[in-house]
Write a protein that binds this ligand. Sequence first.
Ligand code: PRT
Ligand code: MG
Length: 212
Amino acid sequence: MITIALSKGRIFEETRPLLAAAGIHPAEDPEASRKLIILTNREDVRLLIVRATDVPTYVQHGGADMGIAGKDVLIEHGGDGLYQPLDLRIARCQMMVAVREGYDYAGRVKEGARIRVATKYVNTAREHFASKGVHVDLIKLYGSMELAPLVGLADAIVDLVSTGGTLKANGLVAVEHITNISSRLVVNQASLKTKRKLLQPVFDVFAGAIKE
Ligand code: PRT
Ligand code: MG
């Protein structure tokens, strides 16, 4: 049996064609179902529907044999105990620093001011600003980071941007690019040894179905 952990929403939608290429068709639509274990047409494959940030944890501890997780999530998790064979190039976006329109980010950095940064990605943000020698106070949030600069909770945010529509709708502008993000296949290291025969064909099909 192969257990695959993934999250609903964009990751599931963009993984669906890869699963189909491997002949794996979910028995139910996870968007509509309340079930957290979704069976498939293949008796030896099932899907676990978990929060995006929990995918590496399930795979690391063997709750799932493999999973699909954003690089943003993997950097924060640390990747311990995970084999990461493939960049699937799905759910792509960019991690950026953004501020309120009119906030002089470059000027504040040049002065050596302390900047208050709200983010869900504290490890990534800490490393980024340290490497640039920018002094920051990090404020951990769990979502809707865009709000923080609007109410004076923070001077800047570190968040993911794809179309830019969310920043624009909230009067924010991106001022610094941190890294490109896409989703990776992650595999439990014990499963890799004990279930290689079942897993390898899935990796091979996924590898062949990656776009660009
Ligand atoms: O939503 P929930 O709190 O349940 O969890 P989640 O946000 O962790 O999950 P989900 O499904 O939203 O995202 C899963 C993964 O998709 C992330 O870990 C990223 O790797 C990837 N991804 C790709 C994105 C985006 N693009 C993205 N645009 N994740 C989030 N966003 C958000 C962003 O945070 C911002 O709020 O979309 C908004 C910006 O989008 P634009 O198009 O307005 O720029
Ligand atoms: Mg989300």
